[in-house]
Design a binder for this molecule. Structure first.
Ligand SMILES: Cc1cc2nc3c(=O)[nH]c(=O)nc-3n(C[C@H](O)[C@H](O)[C@H](O)COP(=O)(O)OP(=O)(O)OC[C@H]3O[C@@H](n4cnc5c(N)ncnc54)[C@H](O)[C@@H]3O)c2cc1C
Length: 432
């Protein structure tokens, strides 16, 4: 199989600012580490409020998961509502779920305010049941959604699935019309433009190597050192998600980097595209080793999954491309002869409790842990944490739960347990 080893989305967006990277200034009000949705949404909001903001990005703006993902703007969190309630209690679970709904409105509002041409649409999502028991779970969720959240999630029985998907392997589905889809690279490029336009300075190729407390003229603050010089600031916001590294060891101990991979086919004939995804929805299945898929605006099949657990390398991308192609043809035998033109990977940020977290640790602000649900939530928590930094009284449910690390200090940033976790989840997929 021959394909381009780069995100298809990169062909559709202008991510580079062009010219040499901006010099790191000596002083600013706020330093933001990482220029993805989290960091850029925060930078845009803070700059609009008049703060002097510098965004420090190791690579280029949008380089991380934000330009490589499936572009699914999803309601809910990684944890289903029943698990969420069991973990944090009914009240907090409902607040978190409500925040997930607000996060989609937040994306829609920014797209409209910045006029970002990223094909955002409220196309809804379709979760497909990989096993009969999973469809029964969908029915319970639809009941809870209607009763406790006032939301309609519509069940699609197996015999009616043809109206939603051109595949016969699933045991029914659940449609949530509240979700949307977009072109992720264009969205992050638009956020970067919006942040710059509001006055934020984005310094690319400025990997943060250390953050230490340092007072200046009697004012408490931090000295943030980068590969291209250091900056003194009053506030630091860490927005590095799955790429969190040695500069923030306490956060690194709490985030597990996990690879996710995607292939994109050649553009499909209109009639075939309409047969495979008749309503243009964002689709994902119901197992732990899940697959997610959708059509791109130019009608390619974009098919992703956790084909390898480890973050991306040339090897894992090639292996994953083979696995994903095989899996895609199992879902859609109609694509057996369709060439795959792109394959790529990116790194997700899982936490030990599967929840996003936002708050302050050792004086440093952070938001991360979106576990594959970050397009909307990262944007939302970035903007919310900007309001916190600006001094607003913000009630954030994700700041009210402890941010756990592995027990007994067993994890310091090298996820040695991933092969075991991978086996465990494969086992669960067999038996559940
Ligand atoms: C393949 C894939 C598919 C996905 N699909 C979906 C989806 O369909 N829907 C959904 O909701 N979510 C999805 N996600 C998750 C979503 O993309 C992320 O949750 C989201 O992009 C996180 O944004 P972020 O800004 O927090 O982090 P990122 O976009 O990852 O940005 C972090 C940035 O920090 C920089 N950085 C790290 N360390 C340093 C340092 N020391 N100094 C300076 N810079 C640093 C990195 O270079 C990087 O650019 C997917 C993720 C992947 C990988």
């Amino acid at each position: 199989m021959s394909f381009r080893e780069k995100p298809y989305w990169w062909e559709t967006a202008r991510l580079e600012a062009g010219g040499p990277p901006a010099p790191v200034p000596g002083q600013a009000d706020v330093a933001i580490v990482g220029a993805g949705y989290t960091g850029l949404a925060a930078a845009r909001e803070l700059a609009r409020r008049g703060a002097r903001v510098v965004v420090l990005e190791a690579e280029t703006a949008g380089w991380g998961a934000s330009s490589r993902n499936g572009g699914m703007v999803l309601t809910g969190l990684k944890l289903g509502v029943a698990d969420l309630r069991a973990k944090v209690g009914r009240e907090l679970a409902e607040e978190m779920y409500r925040a997930s709904m607000e996060s989609i409105d937040c994306v829609e509002r920014i797209v409209s305010e910045e006029k970002i041409a990223c094909d955002f649409s409220r196309c809804g999502h379709l979760e497909v049941a990989s096993k009969p028991g999973h469809y029964r779970r969908f029915a319970q969720w639809a009941e809870i959604a209607a009763r406790d959240f006032g939301r309609e999630a519509r069940l699609v029985p197996r015999e009616a699935m043809e109206s939603e998907i051109g595949s016969r392997i699933y045991f029914g589905g659940l449609v949530d019309e509240g979700s949307g889809g977009l072109n992720p690279a264009r969205f992050v490029a638009g956020l970067a433009y919006g942040a710059r336009n509001a006055g934020a300075l984005i310094c690319e190729q400025a990997q943060v190597e250390g953050i230490e407390r340092a007072a200046k003229d009697g004012t408490a603050g931090f000295r943030v050192s980068t590969a291209r010089g250091s900056v003194w600031v009053r506030e630091v916001f860490v927005a590095t998600s799955g790429y969190t590294g040695a500069a923030t060891p306490e956060l690194r101990r709490r985030v597990v980097p996990i690879g996710s991979y995607i292939i994109a086919t050649a553009p499909l004939p209109e009639a075939l595209a309409a047969e495979l995804v008749p309503r243009g929805r964002m689709i994902f299945d119901s197992v732990h080793f899940l697959h997610y898929f959708r059509l791109t605006p130019d009608k390619r099949m974009l098919f992703g999954g956790r084909a390898a657990f480890f973050p991306e390398t040339q090897n894992t991308i090639r292996q994953s491309a083979e696995i994903l192609r095989r899996d895609m043809v199992r879902v859609y035998p109609q694509l057996a002869q369709t060439p795959v033109e792109y394959a790529w990977g990116g790194t997700l940020d899982f936490t030990f409790d599967m929840l996003p977290h936002a708050g302050t640790m050792e004086g440093v602000r952070f938001a991360m842990g979106y576990a594959g649900h970050g397009v909307a939530m990262a944007t939302y928590l970035g903007a919310k944490m900007a309001a916190v930094i600006a001094g607003d009284d913000v009630a954030l449910p994700f700041a009210r739960v402890p941010f756990p690390t592995a027990p007994l200090g067993l994890y310091r940033g090298r996820p040695w347990f991933l092969p075991l976790a991978s086996l465990w989840y494969r086992f669960l997929d067999l038996v559940q």
